[in-house]
Design a protein around this ligand. Structure first.
Ligand SMILES: [Fe+2]
Length: 444
């Protein structure tokens, strides 16, 4: 009997499903852990239930990898928005190979009802032979057990029976009789799916992913998670490989997606709030970039410069903190740094700008904003105590957002955080920038 896999960021949902299934269900909050099961052919998986609104990994990448190993296992999404919209759901199904949608509150039995093998007593319908042409096509081996747990199969099966051995093949777009499938399983563990069908499915998925932001069928919260996941990936790349032209290109792509996402979000339904919340839990660079873009659009700054100057500065600002002689100190609370770490920390704006200037063609004005990322209008910032007219307006925005990010990590109580902003932060910044920040902040 196969085990369904549930991937959801909500631990309550996971523990409920685990106990309702008497421990049969495999549950995890991590797509990466689920992929370990998916890629292990010894695992007998009956279905995959995935929440695409988790930013820890890209749901599209997950689907793509799952398709490599388990193209016949049915996949369902916990995606309440789509469940209610039939037409859109159909389109998402066709491009993502997802077979259905759930909210997450359903009982275990209701979720797996689709996975019960509906074997009827009919005589097996399919006993076809491959054409000579099909015989020579390239096939990929898959466990037959993957085909058991659905009444709809993504691949048809037929049998090729030369005198010496029996082979089972699958080609696309037809139905399979349950009894027939069972009889095949008694004779062999694997069947062979046409590789070109798998390649086509993968292409559809990649197309849906590349048109992610424009794709009106994908719900905003799902898109947000995808952008957050790609920003995390970018950050890892920066941490591992340092500054390079490739990093700049990837950052431009991520910032472009983030900007388009923010400008298409419907402000009335709480999506922006959820985006900022996710960004807060993701990393400083994407949080600063999201907030800074909202402020730029409030101040009616031009889009390209907002992205190229401020957006890029947000992403690259802390590059010198990732690989110091004392390891990665970018996530440390400045107050807990050792003396030697603090020496680097208080120089990191300049050090970051120098590293970037050395390895990329990033514009001088972006470097200036990076150098001034912690300066304040009243000259009480660091490292150069630069203020007044020498402080670039975009650097002032970044500096204020950086301070706000630190406070969100320090204060869990919203009221205390707001008081701290009024008392310790706003007085150091210009009226224009602090009121733009306040307008954006109060709307969220
Ligand atoms: Fe910084």
């Amino acid at each position: 009997m196969g085990r369904p896999v549930f991937i959801h960021p909500n631990p309550n949902i996971l523990s409920r499903l685990s106990s309702e299934s008497n421990g049969v269900a495999r549950v995890t909050p991590s797509m990466v852990e689920a992929l370990r099961w998916v890629s292990d052919h010894e695992e007998n998986i009956s279905g995959i239930f995935l929440c695409p609104e988790d930013s820890s990994f890209s749901a599209f990448r997950f689907l793509e990898i799952a398709l490599n190993y388990r193209p016949a296992v049915p996949i369902f999404l916990f995606e309440p928005t789509l469940q209610k919209q039939d037409e859109i759901a159909k389109r998402v199904k066709s491009s993502t190979r997802v077979q259905g949608f759930f909210v997450g509150t359903e009982s275990y039995d209701a979720l797996v009802a689709n996975l019960k093998l509906k074997v009827d007593e009919k005589i097996p319908k399919k006993r076809l032979k491959p054409t000579p042409e099909q015989e020579h096509q390239d096939y990929t081996a898959l466990p037959i057990s993957d085909f058991f747990n659905s009444d709809k199969y993504p691949y048809d099966l037929f049998i090729y029976n030369p005198p010496s051995r029996i082979s089972f093949f699958a080609s696309k777009d037809s139905s399979v009789d349950g009894n027939y499938l069972e009889s095949l399983a008694k004779q062999a563990n694997y069947l062979y799916v046409q590789t070109k069908d798998l390649i086509n499915d993968k292409k559809l998925l990649q197309e849906a992913h590349s048109q992610l932001i424009e794709n009106k069928d994908i719900p905003t919260d799902w898109k947000t998670s995808e952008v957050m996941a790609s920003s995390k990936e970018l950050l890892n790349k920066i941490k591992n490989n340092g500054a390079s032209e490739q990093v700049v290109t990837d950052a431009q792509q991520m910032l472009g997606d983030l900007f388009r996402l923010i400008s298409t979000i419907d402000t009335g339904d709480g999506s922006i709030h959820r985006l900022i919340d996710k960004a807060k839990n993701c990393d400083r660079s994407v949080f600063c970039a999201s907030y800074a873009m909202l402020i730029c659009s409030h101040l009616k700054y031009e889009k390209v410069s907002s992205l190229e100057i401020l957006g890029m500065a947000c992403v690259l600002q802390d590059i010198s903190l990732y690989r110091t002689p004392y390891g990665d100190i970018s996530n440390k609370d400045p107050e807990t740094l050792t003396e030697n770490e603090a020496k680097i920390y208080f120089k990191h704006p300049t050090l970051s700008a120098d590293i970037i200037a050395q390895h990329t063609d990033v514009a001088q004005v972006t470097l200036q904003v990076i150098r001034q990322q912690h300066e304040r209008k009243d000259r009480s910032g660091f490292p150069g105590k630069i203020g007044g007219n020498l402080l670039h307006p975009m650097a002032e925005i970044l500096s204020l957002v950086n301070e706000y990010y630190d406070l969100t990590k320090k204060f869990t109580n919203q009221k205390l955080l707001e008081e701290e902003l009024v008392r310790e932060v706003y007085p150091h910044y210009s009226e224009v920038v602090s009121s733009a920040f306040k307008s954006v902040h109060t709307k969220l």
